[in-house]
Design a protein around this ligand. Sequence first.
Ligand code: THU
Length: 138
Amino acid sequence: MASLPAETIDRLLAAALTARARAYAPYSGYCVGAAVLDENGHIHAGCNMENAAYPEGCCAEANALGAMVLAGGRKVAAALVAGAGEAQPITPCGGCRQKLREFATEETLVLAADPHSVRAQWTLGELLPASFEPAHLT
Ligand code: THU
């Protein structure tokens, strides 16, 4: 399988863990950080942000993507999500897989990390096969 340069992984992991430290997760207690690498080599991070009206909470990936769009990025070259889980590493939720698909291809690498290191790697196509994508609307 394709792989990212170690330096890129280190940058993504550091950004996601820094974001995770800012997570607002008073209800679940499950803190998540995410980082996306854009087409210009810039990294954008986000954390989860819960709400007393539970469904209004936002995932870390969604907030990282919002930061990317605000900064002018339009393509996700790679993504990393970090959360607790020694026994069972985090994996992006279904909604976030679709949100990533808007800006990424089926070949885009998605990494999952615990608070210390990367634990798993997939392509977005593996996480979201037969996905609905922007090209469906053209
Ligand atoms: N969460 C994320 O931020 N990203 C995911 O992909 C999985 C779940 C958050 C949402 C909620 O704040 C907490 O983790 C527990 O579900």
